[in-house]
Write a protein that binds this ligand. Structure first.
Ligand SMILES: [Zn+2]
Length: 405
């Protein structure tokens, strides 16, 4: 797989614009691009533009907030109640739209109440044109889905306040994005209830719903791409912190990064030694050929046994493993999930990561799983749909018997 160098941000890293997931499919140069099969999302195939005529007759959104609690205790459909007589309500319930807004592209899909994902529509994110253009692009992508979703969930780059529905901060990659009224703006454009959160948090919610963390209550997700980001789920809920900044684990200090400048303006943070661009830069500093263009090429060299590439990957992976292990000692999660493009660097990266992680753990945590994410590029779409209430959250939470972490 390709080590994507997309930013891994948001609940992740300041200075990063998107979670570090591997590529989510080719970008459309013009109109919306549709990828994927017409996967049944509610017991029958959902094709783009299907059911559009029923948009005004969709089912109400019940229990729309999948992360009930102080930070997300508002019903997503507070102002919306629609008829139940017709519309895309299959045997399992209503269909919602999940949206993943990144710095360069925006993807959307219909998601059923069981988490099944329909065809993905991808459009460029017109970040340079400002927030209004971005919102219009998102609305266009949702409309292109058809299917009469009853609500929309959005995972976006940047620090997002899910309660106020606003972008708290963002990097220069999305000029003016900070301060954008993301939820109300989209509600006005779409006429549907909208729930919003950071994209890395959405990624974690997706994995916890139908992916590698299914059934887990306390989950630490680490996204390693252009940046190092993360998300912490406690009792199935996103932990946002007091200022919505929680999850920025790329800015933990580690010895291997001492003196190295970080994207946040500080120095010595793990992102400065473990993110994709940092690994490529380290390869160059180690005397690697300037003809090796990116991390993908470095990983290919390591896979072929090249000592320099192997050492560089190991150094970054060990630093990250050390940081994650220390966090695990603090948090004692059910499991740790690793995602992002760098996680596709293979055993030369994973082996030292696991070794450093294990070496850091307190003895009672010796069996703590360190697992690759399972959902791939649709994870944030799935998690965003979870935000929108694709399923009654308590149906899932009620199955969990593990003690609250
Ligand atoms: Zn930093």
């Amino acid at each position: 797989m390709t080590p994507a160098t997309e930013p891994a941000s948001g609940g992740g890293a300041p200075g990063r614009e998107h979670s570090g997931r591997a590529g989510a499919g080719p970008e459309a140069a013009g109109g919306p691009e549709v990828t994927g099969d017409t996967t049944p999302v509610h017991g029958k195939a959902v094709a783009p533009a299907a059911h559009a005529a029923h948009a005004a007759h969709a089912a109400p959104v019940a229990a729309a907030d999948p992360t009930p609690g102080p930070a997300l205790d508002r019903p997503v459909s507070a102002a919306t109640s629609v008829a139940t007589s017709s519309g895309p309500v299959g045997p399992l319930g209503p269909v919602v739209a999940g949206v993943d807004i990144g710095g360069t592209k925006t993807s959307a899909a219909l998601v059923g109440p069981d988490g099944a994902v329909g065809p993905v529509v991808t459009v460029p994110t017109p970040a340079a044109e400002g927030p209004a253009a971005v919102l219009a692009a998102v609305a266009g992508a949702v409309r292109a889905l058809g299917g009469a979703p009853v609500a929309v969930g959005v995972g976006s780059a940047g620090v997002i306040d899910p309660v106020r529905g606003r972008v708290v901060s963002a990097t220069d990659a999305m000029p003016g994005w900070a301060g954008t009224e993301l939820r109300s703006g989209l509600e006005q454009l779409l006429g549907l209830p909208v729930a919003v959160d950071n994209d890395v948090h959405a990624h974690a919610l997706g994995e916890a719903w139908t992916g590698a963390a299914r059934g887990a209550r306390c989950v630490l997700l680490v996204a390693v791409g252009t940046g190092v980001g993360g998300s912490l789920l406690i009792d199935g809920r996103v932990h946002h912190g007091a200022r919505q900044v929680a999850g920025h684990l790329g800015h933990l200090a580690v010895p291997a990064a001492t003196g190295l400048p970080c994207t946040c303006g500080g120095t010595g943070h793990v992102e400065a030694v473990a993110a994709g661009p940092a690994l490529h830069a380290a390869y160059r500093r180690a005397g690697g050929s300037p003809d090796v263009p990116d991390l993908r090429a470095v990983a290919a060299l390591a896979a072929a046994g090249d000592d320099r590439a192997t050492r560089v990957l190991a150094t970054g992976a060990r630093a990250l493993g050390q940081a994650i292990g220390g966090l695990a000692n603090v948090l004692d999660p059910d499991l740790v999930l690793i995602g992002g493009g760098v996680a596709h660097c293979g055993p030369p990266w994973w082996d030292p990561l696991r070794a450093a992680f294990a070496a850091e753990l307190l003895p009672p945590l010796a069996e703590l799983p360190l697992t690759a994410c399972a959902l791939g590029p649709t994870a944030a779409i799935v998690g965003a749909a979870r935000l929108a209430g694709a399923a009654e959250p308590r149906q899932v939470l009620g199955e969990r018997q593990a003690p609250v972490c």
